[in-house]
Design a protein around this ligand. Structure first.
Ligand SMILES: Cc1cc2nc3c(=O)[nH]c(=O)nc-3n(C[C@H](O)[C@H](O)[C@H](O)COP(=O)(O)O)c2cc1C
Length: 157
């Protein structure tokens, strides 16, 4: 079974999640950073996994662009959608409709919000300022749930 894993990450948390997913896959796979590799052909794959991180209520723009461009292919394949963010997952389930569109989101049965990471080593001055103000955190914290990543892959296999 051939699988494509595509992601976009600013500070590495969504990249980490994509790599964890890829590491658990059986069969052939390709993992690609949407911000680096532009000419990806998803039609060549039986299973397609798409995910990225959220900033100011939006998923990374290269994820939105990929989904918009390849929506029909995504609808015709086994698809997994994942989101990396710091909002409590139960409060932001609407992110799937918002970021991936209703048709794909509703059709897709394998979708998960894995949690996220505020990485104070990688944030710029303004990001640190904003995050300190809105969250109260002033040092690196991760809520990435490894169990959710394992469950996500199990459902896809
Ligand atoms: C400036 C900034 C804005 C953010 N905005 C949101 C947001 O709107 N919703 C949310 O759930 N998480 C938000 N986050 C948390 C990120 O989604 C989280 O840090 C994520 O793990 C970043 O992933 P990355 O390392 O792959 O870029 C924000 C983080 C930063 C630094």
């Amino acid at each position: 079974m051939s699988t494509l894993v595509v992601f976009s990450s600013r500070h590495g948390a969504a990249k980490y999640a994509a790599e964890r997913i890829a590491g658990k896959l059986t069969g052939d796979f390709i993992i690609a950073d949407l911000d680096r590799k532009k000419n990806i052909s998803p039609e060549d794959f039986e299973t397609i996994i798409v995910g990225g991180s959220v900033y100011a209520g939006r998923i990374r723009s290269s994820v939105s662009a990929f989904v918009k461009k390849h929506e029909q292919i995504l609808l015709s394949r086994k698809t997994g959608l994942f989101i990396v963010c710091m909002s409590p997952p139960e409060k932001v389930q609407h992110y799937f409709n918002d970021f991936f569109g209703k048709p794909l989101s509703e059709q897709c049965s394998v979708k998960s919000i894995f949690g996220g990471k505020y990485d104070f080593q990688k944030m710029n001055f303004f990001e640190k300022l904003i995050i300190k103000k809105i969250s109260g955190f002033n040092k690196t914290v991760s809520t990435i749930d490894e169990e959710l990543i394992s469950e996500f892959v199990k459902k896809l296999l």
